[in-house]
Design a protein around this ligand. Structure first.
Ligand code: SIN
Length: 415
């Protein structure tokens, strides 16, 4: 085998956030190789998620109610069948995550504690230590993946291009980040899964890691995959206006908990736009704050009355950001501004997680499944990631194995 060709057994997964690792775990014991551009867990957007995972696991809640909220938030563009099929799988995927070691908050009777977030009709977001869901879920999955013999994780490896032969994706051209000038190596696999995240790093103000700049979307588009709704970009209403890049997030769960949005005159101005005020859908709240800023005003998230000093133990991540910015949230409201947060557009993805290219699946933010429409409902992103990761694994495991390796006629990778 020439030096620049590696053949991996089974599936190549590009990206090691929640969608990538969950796919790998669900594929087990079928072998797979996961490529991570950094040491796993240090740079994925999933680890930065604060709120948690929306799922109808609470008493009296239903998949139908969760789907209805998803459709209502999505600005008329959610695929209602997709919404119901995804919300119906929510509880099973939460149980999977518990089995993989995710330490979701429970009460003294062992029942999952669920938070409320904007545009949800009930408390529905499964969380960890208040606002630490992303980090804690990722830590659990990384531990489990490292202990799973069928999963090989290659760290500090970036992918430049997908490899396409005879109309089918057959792997990817990759490089080690320690050796950026080296020729890319072709990693060949039976199936390729993209789980490369969104586009946040392209924006001046984002809550995402700066490295995440649509690389996966770009390489799939160059290989000929269909991209849909690429203009559907979500801005989170309450990025913290503290002149820091990436912009620290003040989770929507704070508003679900009763924190208010006020202006410099102590006026709860979002009620001027929508009867649900702070708990209106995210796009509406973000626009109201943007309009406030454009008119020369300033928006603040006020946690003083509802949380006081409890913010330190109930929302430790946000409290830490405040400390780092010399804000005392017990005495002062937190200045906020909208910040790019999520890309609803992406690679056209069917109900099994297949893209329009033979041999290429995708999950997580790089995908566009029809679940989010033009405005994602809070905490539906991690849910979508695990639901589609599971479906992809089922689809791949159920496929007939290729009887022979197809000959390769590959173009040279782009640089
Ligand atoms: C948040 O915690 O406000 C973010 C949740 C999400 O983006 O769904």
């Amino acid at each position: 085998m020439p030096d620049n060709l590696h053949h991996v057994a089974g599936t190549l997964i590009i990206g090691a956030g929640l969608a990538g690792l969950f796919t790998a775990l669900k594929l087990a014991p079928r072998p797979c190789t996961v490529l991570s551009p950094e040491v796993v867990g240090t740079g994925a957007s999933s680890a930065w998620a604060q709120g948690g995972i929306a799922a109808a696991v609470g008493l009296g809640d239903t998949a139908e109610a969760h789907a209805a909220d998803t459709v209502a938030a999505g600005a008329g563009l959610v695929d209602a069948d997709v919404a119901l099929s995804v919300t119906a799988e929510g509880a099973d995927r939460i149980f999977d995550l518990l089995a993989y070691g995710a330490p979701f908050d429970k009460d003294s009777e062992g029942t999952l504690i669920q938070s409320k977030e904007a545009a949800h009709s009930t408390n529905r977001v499964v969380r960890v230590s208040g606002d630490q869901a992303g980090r804690a879920i990722m830590d659990a999955l990384i531990r489990t993946a490292r202990d799973t013999p069928s999963i090989t994780i290659l760290e500090r490896v970036v992918v430049d291009e997908l490899a396409v032969a005879e109309g089918r994706v057959v792997g990817a051209f990759a490089r080690h980040t320690d050796d950026p000038m080296a020729d890319p190596v072709l990693i060949r696999a039976d199936e390729t899964v993209l789980a490369t995240g969104g586009v946040g790093g392209l924006f001046a103000v984002t809550t995402n890691p700066a490295r995440v700049r649509g690389q996966g979307l770009g390489m799939a588009a160059r290989a000929g995959a269909v991209v849909v709704d690429s203009e559907f970009v979500q801005f989170h209403p309450t990025g913290m206006a503290v002149d820091r890049d990436p912009c620290p997030l003040a989770t929507e769960a704070l508003r679900g908990h009763g924190a208010t949005l006020i202006d410099e005159n102590n006026h709860r101005f979002v009620f001027d736009t929508h009867p649900d005020g702070e708990l209106a859908p995210r796009d509406i709240v973000a626009r109201a704050i943007h309009a406030k800023n454009l008119s020369g005003g300033q928006a603040y998230l006020d946690t003083r009355t509802v949380l006081g000093a409890h913010i330190y133990d109930e929302f430790p991540t946000v409290a830490q950001y405040c400390t780092e910015a010399n804000i005392d949230p017990v005495k002062d409201p937190i200045p906020v501004r909208p910040a790019q947060h999520y890309h609803m557009g992406g690679l056209q993805t069917d109900e099994r997680g297949r893209t329009s290219l033979e041999g290429l699946w995708c999950a997580g933010e790089v995908s566009s499944t029809g679940l989010h429409g033009a405005n994602r409902l809070a905490s539906n992103s991690l849910l979508e990631a695990v639901v589609y990761a599971n479906r992809i694994a089922q689809d791949i495991v159920g496929r007939p194995r290729p009887s022979k390796v197809a000959p390769l006629h590959l173009p040279a990778p782009l640089h």
